[in-house]
Design a protein around this ligand. Structure first.
Ligand SMILES: [Ca+2]
Ligand SMILES: [Ca+2]
Ligand SMILES: [Ca+2]
Length: 135
């Protein structure tokens, strides 16, 4: 468990690297390996799928992944939520903070679960990460 916590911390530090530096430093295969590691961190019981429970257990890690500019707030373009849904969650400041994020974990999971089987498989997770990167 201690090892896993340390890995999660290392990962958060790695994810905190500004995008332009990450892009020049990371080759495609490094990126692929990192994606696999993030998936394994989320997949607590190691059955190759991330359940809603596992997603919730690791929701701060998910927040860090989505928060591309690492300002500890999610803007509309970082969440992929429909504008009206985003606005109702974010409130007047137009940003979702960590507390508000806890309320949208369900929605975020359902958005990523494109075949609606209640689980995120590696493909769905990779699709989520590529949406994050292509923004
Ligand atoms: Ca699992
Ligand atoms: Ca942000
Ligand atoms: Ca699924």
């Amino acid at each position: 468990m201690a090892v896993k916590v340390r890995m999660a911390f290392t990962l958060m530090v790695a994810l905190a690297v500004p995008p332009h530096i990450a892009a020049t430093a990371a080759t495609a295969s490094m990126e692929h390996a990192r994606d696999a590691r993030i998936f394994e961190l989320l997949d607590d019981d190691e059955d190759g799928r991330v359940s809603m429970m596992e997603f919730k257990n690791n929701q701060m890690l998910v927040f860090y992944i989505l928060d591309r500019n690492k300002d500890l707030a999610l803007t509309a373009d970082e969440t992929f939520l429909p504008a009206d849904v985003f606005a109702s969650i974010a409130g007047a400041d137009g940003k979702i903070d960590t507390l508000e994020f806890l309320d949208i974990v369900d929605v975020a999971f359902k958005q990523a679960d494109t075949n609606h089987d209640g689980m995120l498989d590696r493909q769905e997770f990779a699709a989520l990460l590529s949406r994050v990167r292509s923004q």
